[in-house]
Design a protein around this ligand. Structure first.
Ligand code: PEP
Length: 252
């Protein structure tokens, strides 16, 4: 059976309690669109309240620590996310990789810790503009996958991959649908190499400047199983336009 399209909002370091109204509005609309799986990743401070405010949508973290607990001032453990009501966590977002020096090995360790805590995981990968210009985008992403993906037993069952070209995040620029299709095909092939048959069902999300205006086109690309949305997830109105585009595609 084909899995539902998965639309995930990453709120990044945005939002205080007033944002819970957006979460409630997203949740009410999602209840009317059962053919789309919807989730948000609020900042850690809002995780518990978001969980309490919603009924239908998933709620997740944006990152977790490699270790299960300990003297890591300011960090959040996967088990704490789970305890606060998270269903999943994002790991390896390019902002974490670039601003916090996270290597593929660290991302992999975080993914394993999150799975061990009972969370599903979204592992982010994506090339820089220089890597794309040099013609290396697919090899870079395949290498990131080989080194960042968790390998523990049944890991593929609780895994999504988000392909997010670094140069498309927050810039309003998006790759051509041909480039998205080629990259997602390469990601699928790599997932099957790593996980065998189970790699065939891992959802591959596209992320990077997804908006109402481009959502239908991007979500219709072969092997695009959903979207990871940053800026446009900060208001229920703009996020729900993307969720609505996914719902309409499912009907067509
Ligand atoms: C992101 O950072 O995951 C993202 C996709 O951001 P934006 O939609 O704002 O490009």
């Amino acid at each position: 059976m084909k899995s539902l399209r998965y639309i995930v909002g990453n709120w990044k370091m945005n939002g205080t309690r007033a944002m819970l109204n957006e979460a409630r509005a997203i949740d009410r609309a999602a209840a009317r669109l059962p053919r789309v799986q919807v989730a948000v990743a609020p900042p850690a401070t809002l995780l518990f309240r978001t969980r309490e405010a919603v009924e239908i949508i998933g709620v997740g973290g944006q990152d977790c620590h490699v270790e299960e607990s300990g003297a890591y001032t300011g960090d959040v453990a996967a088990a704490m996310l789970k305890d606060a009501g998270a269903d999943f966590t994002i790991v390896g977002h390019s902002e974490r990789r670039a601003m916090h020096g996270e290597t593929d090995e660290i991302v992999k360790a975080k993914a394993e810790t999150a799975l061990g805590a009972g969370l599903s995981v979204i592992v982010c990968v994506g090339e820089t503009e220089a890597e794309r210009d040099a013609g290396n985008a697919e090899d870079v992403v395949a290498r990131q996958l080989a080194n960042s993906l968790p390998r523990s037993e049944n890991a593929a069952d609780k895994l999504s991959v988000a392909y997010e070209p670094v140069w498309a995040i927050g810039t309003g620029r998006v790759p051509s649908t041909e480039d998205v299709a080629a990259m997602h095909a390469r990601i699928r092939a790599t997932l099957v190499e790593i996980y065998g048959e189970a790699g065939g069902t891992v959802r591959i999300l596209y992320g990077g400047s997804v908006k109402a205006e481009n959502a239908t086109e991007l979500l219709a690309v072969e092997e695009v199983g959903g979207a990871l949305v940053g800026g446009a997830s900060l208001s229920a109105e703009s996020f729900l336009a993307i969720v609505g585009a996914a719902a309409s595609l499912d009907e067509s």
